[in-house]
Design a protein around this ligand. Structure first.
Ligand code: SF4
Length: 374
């Protein structure tokens, strides 16, 4: 029945301290959250809020907005107040925007204390303001903006260099008694990023934000992030994730949700079990799968749907799913929980699956309504 069970062997999580980004706990056993970053001009409040609504609908838990100018800082109070999910203000250089973000009601701030100390040493003031507002700080170290001192020492942005930089930046806050921190060490090479996060996990108990930075276009970036996050998450490392793609933040969010769901770390809303197709196909399978995915995109209940190209594996997979279709000769045999319920022409398959899904959910709601399983 629904919802589809999580897979066995779900990883055991590393114990960390816990931060609260608004209503979303991070670390300390909390569910792993998915983040993304808006690509709009932050100062354009309506467009930014529209994009935040879209990523929220796609499953995003926390959203980050860049604050490179005073106009962007001025937009933060309205964005923070109207966003349905917590907003993190991303700031690299100017302490004054960090204070503005905290005053604006942002749920967290991302800073680069190395830069702040270099330009205007106000780390202590930031620690004090963040502490008074109960706002956690995320320290983000990227290979591309590594402290030149460490670049010289290590020769390049090695895992060790990234970790040394992050822990030094952490120490700047710790000196002021501030420990409500999350850390990210990002690199475009998954292997370096994995090594850096393993080291960091050994050396501190702060929650870790995973990211493969500049991961590239959608397919390449998703593969890189899935490999890196998958390995770390399977070892219990990682408390919040962001898939960076040169693609829409909605796509980044969906990729993050799929990665977590693949390890049983987040319930899957829609799982499509579909075959790649081969010379046995007698329907346009790829089009059919895309149509099923689109038709069920905002279906409100978790569901596993099998869409199989022929009778070799079709009936077997279709039986394991909540709903399934096994195709052949321009037709589809539709299954519900293993029972064949109808055989319909190719162009009626999607509608039939949708109708059956609604019937299935209705049945479950009726059972719950009469004191059945919650
Ligand atoms: Fe080919 Fe049939 Fe397997 Fe799909 S289910 S890949 S069509 S053999």
């Amino acid at each position: 029945g629904l919802p589809t069970q999580p897979p066995p062997h779900t990883p055991v999580r590393r114990r960390t301290r816990q931060s609260r980004v608004g209503a979303v706990p991070v670390g300390g056993g909390a569910p792993i959250s998915v983040q993304t970053m808006t690509t709009t001009n932050t100062a354009d409040v309506d467009t930014t809020l529209q994009q935040i609504a879209e990523v929220t609908a796609a499953g995003c838990d926390i959203v980050r907005v860049a604050v490179p100018s005073q106009d962007d800082a001025d937009a933060l109070p309205v964005i923070a107040a109207r966003s349905p999910i917590p907003v993190i203000a991303d700031n690299h250089f100017q302490p004054r925007y960090v204070f503005a973000a905290i005053d604006a009601g942002c749920a967290a701030v991302r800073v680069n204390p190395g830069n702040i100390r270099k330009f205007d040493d106000r780390v202590g003031d930031i620690a004090q303001a963040a502490s008074a507002a109960g706002v956690p700080v995320r320290i983000g170290v990227n290979a591309g903006s590594l402290d030149p001192r460490l670049l010289i020492k290590h020769g390049k942005a090695t895992a060790e260099a990234l970790v040394e930089s992050a822990l030094w930046e952490v120490s700047l806050f710790e000196e002021h008694g501030f420990t409500d921190l999350k850390i990210a060490v990002k690199h475009h090479e998954p292997t370096t990023m994995i090594a850096a996060n393993r080291l960091l996990a050994e050396r501190c108990d702060y929650p870790l934000h995973l990211g493969v930075t500049e991961a590239g276009p959608a397919l390449q970036g998703t593969a890189k992030s899935a490999v890196a996050f998958g390995i770390l998450l399977n070892e219990g490392i990682g408390d919040t994730i962001r898939v960076s793609l040169s693609a829409d933040p909605v796509e980044q969010t969906k990729a993050g949700c799929h990665i977590l769901a693949s390890l049983g770390l987040r319930p899957r809303k829609l799982e499509i079990v579909s075959c790649p197709g081969c010379g046995r196909l007698q329907v346009d399978l790829h089009r059919l799968v895309a149509q099923v995915e689109a038709a069920f995109d905002d279906f409100p209940h978790p569901l596993r749907i099998a869409v199989m190209g022929c009778v070799v594996n079709g009936p077997g997979e279709a039986r394991e799913a909540d709903l399934g279709v096994s195709c052949g000769n321009g037709k589809g045999q539709v299954f519900r929980h293993g029972q064949v319920i109808s055989t319909v022409p190719e162009d009626k398959i999607v509608d039939t699956l949708l109708e059956e899904a609604l019937r299935l959910v209705e049945g479950i709601e009726n059972v719950s309504g009469t004191g059945g399983a919650p």
